[in-house]
Design a protein around this ligand. Structure first.
Ligand SMILES: CC(C)(COP(=O)(O)OP(=O)(O)OC[C@H]1O[C@@H](n2cnc3c(N)ncnc32)[C@H](O)[C@@H]1OP(=O)(O)O)[C@@H](O)C(=O)NCCC(=O)NCCS
Length: 313
């Protein structure tokens, strides 16, 4: 993919989040030990600049001029995404909004004058919407082939490099990669339910569902699902989910179960599995263990769910 398309993809996935409160830039008094509450710091030859909540600066009796709102750009930027902050800066400048940019490990952050914050968020949403409306190459969803597997494993490693559970970088190979390797080889593997998303000949997403059981009834256990980070939040995950659901209906499957975020999967019709009497293999999964009953879901199926062996079944 070209750099320009990467930028378009990133802008399309831009998700500005306004933090609570007001923040100020303060020149930290020379020699004063650092205090809790500092959100960012830059050391220069002339001294230390810190950014902290306004009420914290007031409590410490520190002087400031600029009172800012803090906007986090929830986009997974990578080095190759040259031009993201330039594009954001240009859009805000055109709207006559000044901004300071801070880059963290995970995201870029903008500090804008408090009074301009609502308009700034609007401008960023518009920028993102404009990018989504640019012509985009067609997303192809097809069965995985054996020749795709190395690429699928690599994309899964990338997608899970930051743990969806802890939000922290994972040391070494994410566990989902080995699980997937084993799922490809296990007896519960179902070829038509290992689906890749392809954009311009590049595999950019993958989902797998394997045979699973509740009380002797066979249903699908979905996961892992992954999309390469730079193209997340652009509908590829949803396309993979909808494709799986359509294939499951067409194949006469009765239901799909998964362990995942209660914020993401309900949009596809998933509900807590326990509400249908399908219990997770581990009680602690609670509401994260979800079920999508399909048209052919038979009433009266109750019991503890059992995944394919690589997933602990
Ligand atoms: C989860 C994943 C497959 C979704 O694919 P995607 O292409 O990014 O998702 P889509 O563009 O279709 O949907 C984006 C929406 O899903 C939401 N979403 C994505 N992942 C989410 C999560 N883990 N929890 C809650 N919401 C999530 C986004 O907030 C976004 O919502 P919005 O449209 O209201 O802003 C992808 O983000 C990914 O690979 N993540 C890392 C690996 C992972 O967590 N896999 C699932 C583990 S169960």
């Amino acid at each position: 993919m070209t750099g320009e398309m990467n930028l378009q993809a990133l802008l399309a996935s831009l998700h500005p989040v306004l933090r609570e409160g007001e923040y100020v830039y303060v020149l930290w008094p020379h020699g004063k030990p650092l205090e809790p509450g500092i959100e960012a710091a830059v050391r220069e030859a002339e001294g230390l600049t810190v950014v902290l909540p306004r009420e914290r600066a007031d409590a410490l009796g520190l002087a400031y001029d600029f009172v800012a709102a803090w906007i986090t750009l929830e986009v997974h930027s990578e080095l190759e995404a040259v031009g993201l902050t330039a594009a954001v800066g240009k859009a805000l400048t055109e709207a006559k909004i000044s901004c300071n940019v801070l880059a963290g490990f995970h995201h870029d952050h903008l500090l804008v004058p408090v009074a301009d914050a609502p308009r700034a968020v609007e401008v960023l949403h518009e920028l993102s919407a404009d990018s989504r409306h640019q012509p985009r190459p067609e997303l192809v969803l097809r069965n995985e082939t054996a020749a795709d597997r190395d690429k699928i494993l690599a994309l899964t490693a990338e997608a899970f490099a930051i743990s969806p559970v802890t939000g922290q970088p994972v040391e070494g190979e994410p566990i989902e990669v080995e699980v997937l390797r084993q799922l490809f080889e296990c007896e519960d593997y179902l070829p038509e339910f290992s689906v890749v998303a392809v954009l311009e000949d590049e595999i950019v997403g993958h989902v797998i569902s394997t045979r699973a059981w509740v009380d002797g009834y066979g249903l699908l256990g979905l996961g892992p699902i992954g999309v390469i980070p730079r193209l997340q939040r652009q509908g590829i995950g949803s396309a993979l989910m909808n494709e799986t659901i359509a294939r499951a209906n067409a194949a006469g499957e009765g239901g799909i179960a998964l362990l995942g975020s209660p914020e993401y999967y309900p949009r596809f019709g998933f509900v807590p599995a326990a509400s249908f009497g399908v219990l997770p293999p581990e009680e602690a999964w609670g509401e994260h263990f979800q079920l999508l009953p399909l048209a052919l879901w038979p009433g009266g199926v109750h019991g503890t769910f059992r995944y394919a062996a690589p997933l602990g079944g």
